[in-house]
Design a protein around this ligand. Structure first.
Ligand code: HEC
Ligand code: HEC
Length: 250
């Protein structure tokens, strides 16, 4: 019984490894001319015939991102996320200075269908696991631009951000996203995203999506619980406040 199980798992792994090789190769061929693929990692899946069992036998090592390689992939992202990661169009998120664990988790979530967006699903599908950590390391090294906003909204947003509303069980954002919205790597899968400087229209869309449950890739549903306690006015104030937050004390 155990042997059968093991054999079946072995077959599954080999099939998965082959499918991965095929998918990566195929997407790469479409995405980039054959002579311009420096973004492809050196530790790419073994070439056909090099023994897929060997690749499948051991769990994959934890991947370390190379920001220089990531910069090459990031050229594919510039049209929407900005050449330096400061997306000029408000509906697109800024990635400059974003935490690498968070960026990598989002890309894996888009790829796996846990987070859905018509533009990002296809983009993430083109990236190998190594490309993902490389591009995440690249963006983390950037600097996000902040935009000062209406002081009344900034004040209202700061109040919610720092204090929450204990009477309705709204946790203060500061506990997870940090005093200056700097976020943090580690602690939980994907860590806590940086939120300072983020584009307000994008923040509004995310908080509304968490509230509606249409974005549900958050750890233990924590952001869905938080957002369920926010009114439209709260979301508007928070989005302006976050956009104005400076990460200078990072
Ligand atoms: C055609 C436009 C477009 C391109 C090109 C694009 N993106 Fe995106 N990206 C988006 C949009 C739109 C969203 C926001 C989706 C949503 O509203 O949930 C997004 C979201 C993301 C997020 C989640 C950000 C967050 O704060 O949660 C990451 C990470 C990301 N993109 C990485 C990339 C990378 C890496 C590339 C290049 C390989 C790329 N994107 C290329 C449009 C694009
Ligand atoms: C208990 C921890 C926790 C608290 C409290 C919390 N967040 Fe979050 N937040 C997270 C985590 C974790 C994620 C990333 C979820 C994922 O993996 O997609 C997140 C994601 C977000 C995002 C999406 C970021 C992006 O780039 O798409 C926004 C915006 C956000 N939080 C705003 C807030 C605001 C505003 C508050 C306070 C009203 C708040 N959060 C309170 C943990 C928290």
């Amino acid at each position: 019984m155990r042997r059968m199980l093991r054999r079946r798992t072995g077959v599954l792994l080999v099939v998965t490894a082959l499918a991965c090789c095929w998918a990566t190769g195929d997407a790469r061929a479409e995405a980039t001319p054959a002579d311009a693929t420096p973004a492809t990692n050196a530790a790419a899946p073994a070439p056909p015939g090099a023994g897929p069992e060997a690749a499948a036998a051991e769990p994959p090592p934890k991947l370390v991102g190379d920001p220089a390689k990531g910069a090459t992939s990031a050229a594919l992202c510039a049209a929407c996320h900005g050449a330096d990661g400061n997306a000029p169009v408000p509906m697109f998120p800024k990635l400059a200075g974003q935490r690498s664990d968070y960026v990598a988790k989002q890309l894996r979530d888009f790829k796996a269908g846990h987070r859905v967006d018509p533009m990002m699903t296809g983009m993430a599908a083109m990236l190998s696991d190594q490309d993902i950590v490389d591009v995440a390391a690249h963006f983390e090294s950037g600097t996000v631009n902040r935009v000062p906003g209406d002081p009344v909204l900034v004040e209202a947003g700061q109040q919610i951000y720092r204090k929450g509303r204990p009477e309705i069980g709204l946790l203060p954002c500061i506990g997870c996203h940090g005093l200056n919205g700097e976020g943090a790597n580690g602690a939980i899968d994907g860590g806590f995203p940086a939120v300072s400087g983020q584009n307000p229209a994008y923040v509004v869309k995310q908080l509304e999506s968490f509230r509606a449950g249409s974005r549900a890739n958050d750890w233990k549903g924590i952001m869905q619980i938080v957002a369920s306690r926010l009114s439209d006015d709260d979301i508007a104030a928070l989005s302006v406040y976050l956009n104005s937050l400076s990460r200078s004390s990072k």
